[in-house]
Design a protein around this ligand. Structure first.
Ligand code: 3Y8
Ligand code: NAP
Length: 251
């Protein structure tokens, strides 16, 4: 007798939200998990849990206790600790795991990218005279950019900032993506943006600023992805559904 399927999706991306809709649509049971980074995560088609698991060991215990049958790591490519924990916990708990991720963006004609390693690389790339910088890397790493306080920053945050920002005088836009190229072009033109700082998130939800930078002939400081442990990676919701059905047969 086949065990009832119980799918855990580590979420926080456009693809995770789409996968949850497909899993619910297929009549499968599952849960979407968030870290709790923002006040109100986007609504989901499956049950939602919020908060850390307590490291890889905590996740392994969670998988066993809630009898998860399939683990899908659909987190953002920069959520490297969560992804490393998912690989370790799935192995420890003996639960099949796959990553749903999106290919990195590659520069095309008209792109003027300076690819850097990590937040530190982006900070170093901002050395030099004051410029108007669109810093679209979220909230969690803003402290590092205080070392380059000479610039006029435009920040985009998911939630209104609480308390003093590490970049006094920065202009703040509160918005959650997915974003739109025309709107990002207008935003950057209004700010007088001279350089954009971005993570190589891949996917469609964050690429508006990259397309807008190309259209405006602006340089982009592009932060390369952190290294992730080897794991099986799929790039489409349908591929994951196919995996769920095949994983039952241990293939
Ligand atoms: C809490 C859950 C969906 C998912 C939407 C995607 C697209 C819009 C673009 C820019 C870049 C950034 C940031 C971004 C994007 C999608 C996707 C994506 C980038 C939400 C969400 C959570 C988070 C966490 C948040 C981080 C921040 C990063 C903002 C939901 C909206 C900059 C990444 O204030 C904070 O603490 C924010 C933290 C991690 C990076 C950072 O360092 O600050 N995402 N983003 C998740 C959780 O708690 O587990 O509300 O939906 C999800 C999305 N953000 O369902 O449609 O798929 O990538 N998220 C980056 O790429 O650089 C914004 O402004 O141009
Ligand atoms: P991270 O640095 O890799 O993870 C740090 C810790 O946060 C993890 O060890 C885990 O805590 C907890 N965590 C992370 N994702 C979780 C999830 N989906 N469910 C439960 N706990 C989670 O992660 P991050 O970069 O802060 O990303 C956090 C969330 O934001 C993820 O859902 C990710 O998909 C989303 N997101 C991140 C970015 C980004 O730029 N980093 C962009 C868009 C969306 P424990 O060790 O206690 O289990």
């Amino acid at each position: 007798m086949e065990r009832p399927r119980n799918i855990l999706i580590l979420g926080g991306t456009t693809e995770a939200t789409a996968l949850a809709r497909a899993v619910a649509g297929a009549g499968l049971a599952g849960t979407v998990s968030f870290a709790g980074r923002v006040a109100r995560p986007a609504g989901q088609a499956l049950a939602v849990r919020v908060g850390g698991f307590g490291g890889a060991e905590g996740l392994a215990r969670y998988l066993a206790a809630t009898r998860v049958t399939h683990l899908v790591d659909a987190t953002h490519p920069f959520a490297d600790r969560m992804s490393a924990n998912a690989v370790a916990a799935a192995r420890e708990a003996g639960v099949p795991m796959v990553a749903l991720t999106r290919p990195a963006w590659a520069p095309g004609p008209g792109d003027d990218w300076r690819v850097v390693a990590g937040i530190e690389g982006a900070v170093a790339a901002l050395s030099g005279p004051p410029r108007a910088v669109f810093l679209a890397v979220g909230r969690m790493h803003l402290d590092a950019f205080a070392a380059q306080g000479q610039h006029r920053y435009l920040l985009r945050l998911v939630d209104p900032p609480e308390g003093e920002l590490p970049l006094p005088g920065a202009e703040v836009v509160v918005a959650r993506g997915p974003f739109d190229e025309d709107a990002d072009r207008a935003l950057m033109a209004r700010h007088g943006t001279q350089v954009v700082v971005s993570k190589n998130a891949g996917g469609t939800g964050a690429r508006a600023k990259i397309d807008a930078a190309r259209a405006l002939g602006l340089p982009v400081v592009m932060i390369g992805r952190p290294a992730l442990p080897p794991r099986r990676e799929l790039h489409g919701v349908a591929d994951v559904l196919g995996w769920i059905h095949s994983a039952d047969r241990g293939v």
